[in-house]
Design a protein around this ligand. Sequence first.
Ligand SMILES: Nc1ncnc2c1ncn2[C@@H]1O[C@H](COP(=O)(O)OP(=O)(O)OP(=O)(O)O)[C@@H](O)[C@H]1O
Length: 324
Amino acid sequence: MSAFVYDVQQVSQSYKKGKTRILANEHITMNIREGEIVGVLGPNGAGKSTLIKQLVGHLKPTEGRVLFCGQDVHKQTHTVAGLVAYFAQEPHVLSSLRVIDALVYTGQLRGMSAWEAKRQALELLERFEMSDLGDKLMKRLSGGQKRMIGIGTTLIGRSPVLIFDEPTNELDPKKRRLVWSLIQERNREGATVILVTHNVLEAEQVVDRVAVINHGRLLALDHVSRLKQRVDQRLKFELTAAYGKREEAESVLQLWGEVQAMSENRLRLLVEKEQAHRLFDFIMENPALPIEDYTITPPSLEDVYFHIDAVAASSAVQGQEAIE
Ligand SMILES: Nc1ncnc2c1ncn2[C@@H]1O[C@H](COP(=O)(O)OP(=O)(O)OP(=O)(O)O)[C@@H](O)[C@H]1O
């Protein structure tokens, strides 16, 4: 058994579009270890889904190769299909089935008995609070309900590797939270998880490592905490100015650091760490300041995302390689 579940080696993919070719990914090299949750982030059209399709064997890379447990994905497509459950971005093909059958048949395709597949299907419907929809046709479900059943078909059968392409799109906050906790639950039971998401703030609570992709290139792959060390280490104070007093608050705060206006009465102040306690004292000792409240926020994965993107954009201008 290889140390890596996936070993992506110098993978590139070009699509033919009329007479031109689109380079969707370019020399991507990365690996996924057993038991981790890896998030794949990047803007629209960055090449995330292309990478996922290469991992599951739906696309054969134009260059390079993808190894699954040490062997080329394309030399063992049946094994990969049996071990990797994939939630695709596009609606799946089960639309003429009843909800319960979509789940049970998928479970049986993964080698479960009809009885066990039905048991797991009913359990999932209950977790989703969708037990009353079991007999409904898939095509009669709402967009979010369809997505939940799609997630159910990925989870049923307890595959050792789960790949989700934007699992929480279109879901209400309660369902999104449920999906993230189900993903973590399966991971605790041993599943390796790879997920593409635009929901950076929610993903931050769940993922171990993050791959940032843009223009088909891997810009970063690291643990969230290590990536955070790359961003601005100044503390971020978010302040609300008293009504109509934003400019007054701004002029006082400018003495302490860089002030950014976030909205009509919201300000962001970036302060060097060693200055922070003095700023606290200053606010406490001056109750007449036109500031209603404030919070301190540490760097988030979203800050990391924007930082990496900005560095890559300026490197591209300088014609310089941005990968570490
Ligand atoms: N089948 C295809 N034929 C031609 N071009 C394609 C095809 N699929 C994707 N592309 C192009 O390849 C690039 C990468 O697309 P991809 O779907 O991998 O991006 P993505 O990061 O998943 O985007 P999104 O977040 O919008 O889903 C884009 O420029 C896209 O237009």
